[in-house]
Design a protein around this ligand. Structure first.
Ligand SMILES: [Zn+2]
Length: 286
């Protein structure tokens, strides 16, 4: 019997080592439903991976949107500082006006005073009002200068927010495109599952679903070197024998420890050795 894909020739000079071919199912030596169940399991693993991927998308979109939060807060703070600066500026403008007005009043009065003392007192008041006016003017100037900084801050924050919005929009679109592609992939995988399911007898479907549900989506395990590769426990030799009997199309065998449906690839090697007349058939089934 010729088995596709498992022929082996030693690498010649100057050629790269040939990677081990994937495990080949020897269909004559297992329950006829096993390859179909394995197909189903492959599809189911793919579906589970796609669903897990899809679940991550809303979080990724939220995280992208969160990036705008910082830029928005910075702009709000800058605008608030700007409003506060404007208010302070107005207040000191009024102060300047008031002190100016007061100094003018005192000066008007000083023309009409009769005594030297009253004149001196007025001069003192004028000097005081002018001093306060100068202080308010200085403060006003400081605020005006700081206001320019604040205006720059507002402008920069606006620019930053705009560029953040643009990059987040691009990121979102990218995420949504990926999400759409994954959804399509999932639809295709679900359709593939229907096709994989069709040839499997109902009792085996039920068994498969029950086991897969308990084992995180896995229902089958390779039996190799006398061991269940699902749980690592020993598989009794007579079970191994039953697995590889070519007459076996009556029932599937399950690991006594973990309950997974067992299958074996080992007869491929033995059979191929016979078929190839001892021509080193080192087939990796890992
Ligand atoms: Zn097991």
């Amino acid at each position: 019997m010729r088995l596709g894909g498992i022929g082996f020739s030693p690498p010649g000079p100057g050629t790269l080592p040939v990677p081990a071919p994937p495990p080949v199912l020897n269909l004559a030596f297992m329950h006829p439903a096993i390859p179909r169940l394995l197909d189903l399991q492959t599809v189911d693993h793919h579906i589970a991976a796609l669903r897990a991927d899809l679940e991550s998308f809303p979080k990724r979109i939220r995280e992208a949107d969160l990036k705008l939060g910082g830029a928005r807060a910075a702009l709000a703070a800058a605008k608030e500082a700007h409003v506060k600066g404007q208010k302070e500026r107005k207040k000191f403008e009024l102060d300047v006006e008031q002190w100016k007005e007061r100094a003018r009043k005192y000066r008007d009065q000083s023309g009409a005073v009769k005594t030297n003392e009253a004149y001196k007192a007025l001069q003192h008041e004028i000097a005081n009002a002018e001093g306060e006016m100068a202080k308010a003017e200085d403060r006003q100037l400081e605020i005006m200068m700081a206001g320019e900084d604040v205006e720059r801050r507002v402008k920069n924050a606006e620019i930053n927010l705009k560029s953040a919005e643009q990059s987040v929009a691009i990121e979102r679109k990218d995420i949504e495109t990926q999400q759409g592609a994954k959804k399509k992939e999932l639809d295709a995988a679900l359709a593939e599952r229907e096709r994989a399911l069709a040839p499997i007898p109902e009792d085996l479907r039920i068994l498969y679903d029950r086991i897969a549900k308990r084992h995180n989506g896995t229902a089958l395990a390779l039996a190799r070197d006398g061991q269940c590769r699902g749980c690592g426990m020993r598989v009794l030799p007579h079970i191994i024998q039953l697995l590889v009997q070519d007459t076996n199309d009556e029932e599937v065998y399950r690991c006594e420890s973990c309950g997974l449906i067992l299958y074996s690839l080992e007869p491929v090697i033995a059979h191929n050795l016979d078929a190839a007349g001892g021509n080193a058939a080192s087939v990796s089934t890992t």
